[in-house]
Design a protein around this ligand. Sequence first.
Ligand SMILES: [Zn+2]
Length: 173
Amino acid sequence: MTTESPPAGGSTETSERVAMRTLNERRRRVVRSVVAVVAVMIAMVILSIMNRDAASIRSCEERMEYARDVLQSRLDKGQPDPTEMPVSGDASEVAIRLRNHVHFNAFYGEQKASATHVGVCCCRRPHSRLFRDGIRHVVVFDAERDRYELLRLTEADFARQAESLRLHVELGE
Ligand SMILES: [Zn+2]
């Protein structure tokens, strides 16, 4: 009885095919891990930009709350309406940041006599947000209630109200 060994050529072809398949699988694995690493990196960059934007908006909001409270306490004490940020003489970090960041409507004291709502001050530029409309903080004087209010407006809402609030600042895109 004789045993026939498979032709030598066929064996080489099979092992080449196996080697090629292994190589392709390895390539696919490498591509998959590169794609996964890039996706994680992009997600991390997006998250860190969103966190940075949110932190900047939060700290501006705190400063504007402070400005609103200073304005309200001046009014409650019967002091005259200021023509510039009432904390501008102050060398504190809050005052410096407010001065650099905020547009102040020097004429609001006169305008509030003839308007129900008048803009006192607002962020000079909107705070940018990824994939969303920018945010602007606005301190408004409500003449009916004799109160200063802090509004948080999207840039689109701000653009609609800026004229009637008499806040003449450059609008963002
Ligand atoms: Zn701001």
